[in-house]
Design a protein around this ligand. Structure first.
Ligand code: NAI
Length: 790
């Protein structure tokens, strides 16, 4: 018998298996195969595919491959249920969500074991992290259901939501999607990942158990083709997707111009930054959580270790020592740290990427010790001497592989951290609070954990910058994705002349300077001749020429984007500072009201009273956003004890704005001012038919202390200019009010760098177009988690 003394010396301990009896019985009861969950009942099984336990390589279930017809039936059920579900009081919906949360807790053992069997994750994680967070999400959103009417006055649900989730946190991703959707009064069709559909099906049974009205939640299983059918279904109002950037891009393209609302939570290559003054032992434990949690199959995994050169070798030595103690094996063993990779194809991908990195010269060190003979396992791996351009520094590996690089200065650390097309999360380790916040502010990521990592809570938003997607899940910011702000009336309005956004009649004059009153472009704080050297005639409703405007092209847009990027200090200026500039703009506009009104009348034929009213609205709007510049605050979310979670509203950076063709002044002001109030620099394409109100605006900008490059204006053919803006990698977000074809072109082109877009149809009643929704859309939320206490 082993002596206690020996055990204390070796710290060896035996197996501690969690019983899977209950889960196996559940699976046996469904051995005939699962159907889909549609309209409150399971359909008979269709064409079945196998679901495996990756730790043992054994088949554990068979589920149905959803067809287009299955998806259509589920969407129809969700549509049918929408009316009564959305008409329920918030309190009534809250009761259902509380019931779901409680029943999840009652079944937590089954759900945790099932998740580990299906996905391969250690039971310690599914039991202690995934399932408790699932319940927390439903509880939290039950509360929101009761509060929405007060907290989001006038908002309505988006409608039928198609939700597509990945295999790394199957039940947790389901909760992140379904809980806010239901709280806000939407109905859903959810498609789980083909590798891991089982806990979603168990959840469907819970919906039956609590008596959720039929059709509120529908679950259709299947692979990417089933997901694509859901994306393409015409009767879906919103798609929420979590998964690879590649599929996210395809979904952006498929939904372009359809009017479907979209949120994307995509891949990441998150930096884990360790400064020389950090508590190194804590940082090592942080790495364990960052990259070996769930075998590194985590979208926000800290997969790039950036460590100060002076402590790098010490850190690597500590890491290797710690890696030697990690236990790899049966996910159902409660003392296991690292479980199985989800599927052979993912294991092959990890191997392929590491081999490619090795060929490039990186040094690979794998934790020693035997791997289980059966199943998909990959050892915890530390790769050093990784170049920033290496495949291991760039590609999302989605496995237990840490790529390490060193830096010398904080600036270099930030540059390396941001040297990625992604921007999901980051972890910053330092005992210096000033440095911690400075670096957190500079890193482009939706979540930054200071001296901590991989923390999640229903009260905090989660989601990415850049090619990690857009939209948030969790917290107030996540809920907003499932609500529509009160719409200003869409005007029946006078018919807008000619095809919208096309140039009005008249051949362009040959030379931009041939008439004195040619309005040039406005780029980098200066009037600029269009690259084409041409201009076009601006006509009044009778067809008389009232002026000439520059005919901008791709090159002008590129110059304007460059100028806007150089104005990044605007976003870092104090909000008070920005407010002052906007007040000044408002005052200057007011003092020149008559002139602006006359210009409006000349272009659109509006009567004096109508034109003056438009200018007055524009002035009021300028004061409104000046007032808001320093008041659209972030929040401190109530997440975990001993953590402060700061939700900061950050500007996108460079925004493209395509103005409506009608309402030449108020359309321009309503879009540009909230964007710059929040710290963005903008490239604006004004009304093509009536550009002169926008070009008159140059002089207001010049006299209002707006720094050069904050507002850039390029006149010309809106459709062509808008497309260039949407394609440009230096543009972070695009707003456009224009016809459907233009929205479609913009949304499709935006897929290149996955910039956020907001497209709406004209004409609108611009008198009502102002409010927090504009500010929300002009910003993205960064959540910074900081622990406190010793
Ligand atoms: P994926 O993006 O293909 O799958 C995610 C979900 O989308 C699944 O439910 C899938 O069936 C569905 N899907 C696939 N093609 C679709 C389409 N054309 N239209 C609609 N839905 C579609 O991810 P996959 O293949 O499982 O993993 C590939 C790589 O993606 C991983 O190695 C990893 O790097 C990354 N990934 C990232 C995730 C994240 O959370 N950021 C999650 C899963 C994978």
């Amino acid at each position: 018998m082993t002596a206690v003394r020996d055990i204390l010396r070796t710290m060896d301990y035996g197996l501690a298996p969690e019983s899977d009896e209950h889960a196996r019985a559940w699976l046996a009861a469904h051995s005939a195969g699962f159907g889909h969950f549609i309209a409150g009942a399971f359909t008979p099984p269709g064409q079945l595919f196998d679901v495996f336990n990756p730790a043992r390589g054994e088949r554990i279930a068979r589920v149905s491959q959803g067809t287009e017809a299955d998806v259509a039936a589920a969407v129809a059920a969700a549509r049918k249920a929408l009316k009564s579900w959305s008409a329920l009081s918030g309190d009534a919906r809250a009761r259902w969500l509380y019931a779901l949360a409680r029943h999840i807790q009652k079944r937590e053992r089954l759900l945790a074991v099932l998740e580990s069997l299906d996905n391969g994750k250690p039971i310690r994680e599914s039991r202690d992290v995934d399932v408790p967070l699932v319940a927390r999400h439903f509880y939290h959103h039950a509360g929101w259901a009761s509060l929405i009417a007060d907290e989001f006055p006038g908002h309505r649900p988006v409608g039928v939501c198609g939700q597509i989730i990945p295999w790394n946190f199957p039940l947790l991703m389901l909760a992140w999607k379904i809980a806010p959707a239901l709280a806000a009064g939407n109905t859903v069709v959810l498609k789980p990942a083909e590798f891991t559909p089982l806990t979603a099906l168990a959840f469907a049974e819970i919906c039956v158990e609590v008596g959720l009205p039929p059709g509120v939640v529908n679950i259709v299983t299947g692979d990417g083709a089933t997901g694509a059918a859901l994306v393409e279904n015409d009767d879906v109002d919103k798609i929420a997707f979590t998964g690879s950037t590649e599929v996210g891009r395809a979904i952006r393209q498929a939904t372009a111009g359809t009017g479907k609302k979209l949120s994307l939570e995509l891949g990441g290559k998150s930096p884990f930054v360790v400064f020389e003054d950090s508590d190194l032992d804590s940082a090592v434990e942080g790495v364990v959580d960052a990259i070996w949690f769930n075998q590194g199959q985590v979208c926000c995994a800290g997969s790039r270790l950036l460590v100060a050169e002076s402590i790098a070798e010490r850190m690597y030595a500590k890491l290797r020592a710690r890696m030697e103690t990690l236990r790899i094996g049966d996910p159902l063993d409660k003392s296991i740290d690292v479980g199985a990779i989800v599927a052979p194809v993912q294991l092959e991908r990890i191997k392929r990427l590491v081999e490619a990195g090795e060929r490039e010269g990186a040094k690979v060190w794998r934790a020693p010790g035997p791997l289980p003979e059966r199943g998909c396992f990959y050892p915890p791996t530390l790769v050093t001497e990784v170049e920033p351009a290496s495949i291991l520094a760039r590609e999302e590996i989605f496995g237990p592989v840490l790529a390490a690089m060193t830096f010398r200065t904080p600036d270099e650390a930030v540059a390396l951290a941001n040297n990625t097309r992604y921007g999901l999360a980051a972890s910053v380790w330092t005992e210096n609070v000033n440095r911690a916040f400075e670096v957190a502010a500079k890193i482009k990521a939706g979540v930054v954990w200071i001296n901590s990592t991989n923390l999640f809570d229903a009260a905090s938003g989660f989601g990415g910058y850049r090619e990690s997607g857009f939209g948030r899940e969790g917290g107030r910011e996540g809920l907003a994705e499932y609500l529509e702000a009160p719409a200003a009336a869409t005007k029946s309005a006078k018919a807008v002349k000619a095809p919208l956004n096309a140039l009005p009649g008249g051949a362009p004059a040959p030379d931009g300077d041939s008439i004195d009153r040619t309005a040039k472009l406005y780029i980098g704080g200066k009037q600029a001749r269009p690259d084409s050297g041409s201009c076009y005639s601006v006509l009044d409703p009778e067809g008389k020429v009232v002026g000439l405007a520059g005919l901008g092209n791709r090159k002008d847009i590129r110059n304007a984007v460059e100028a806007a990027a150089k104005a990044s200090s605007w976003g870092a200026a104090t909000a008070h500072n920005r407010a002052q500039v906007l007040y000044y703009l408002a005052e200057n506009l007011e003092s020149r009201s008559e002139e602006f009104a006359a210009r409006l009348g000349a272009q659109t034929g509006a009567g004096a009273r109508e034109a003056r009213a438009e200018v007055e609205t524009a002035v009021r709007r300028a004061f409104y956003y000046a007032g808001f510049a320093d008041k659209y605050d972030g929040a401190v979310h109530a997440t975990k004890t001993r953590f402060v979670t700061l939700a900061m509203n950050e500007p996108w950076g460079v925004m493209g704005i395509v103005c409506p063709d009608e309402a030449p002044l108020i359309g321009f002001v309503s879009l540009v001012l909230p964007a710059i109030a929040m710290g963005n620099a903008v490239v604006v394409v004004p009304s093509a038919s009536h550009p002169l109100s926008a070009t008159d605006f140059y002089s207001l900008l010049d006299t209002s202390d707006a720094p050069a490059g904050v507002v850039n204006i390029v006149t010309g053919e809106a459709a062509a200019l808008a497309k260039t803006l949407a394609e440009h990698d230096g543009v972070d977000a695009v707003w456009c009010v224009g016809p459907r074809e233009l929205s479609k072109a913009i949304e499709a082109a935006s897929a290149a760098n996955l910039k956020a877009t907001w497209t709406r149809l004209p004409p609108r009643d611009w008198a009502d177009e102002q409010g927090r929704d504009y500010l929300r859309r002009a910003t993205q939320v960064k959540n910074i988690w900081t622990p406190y206490g010793e």
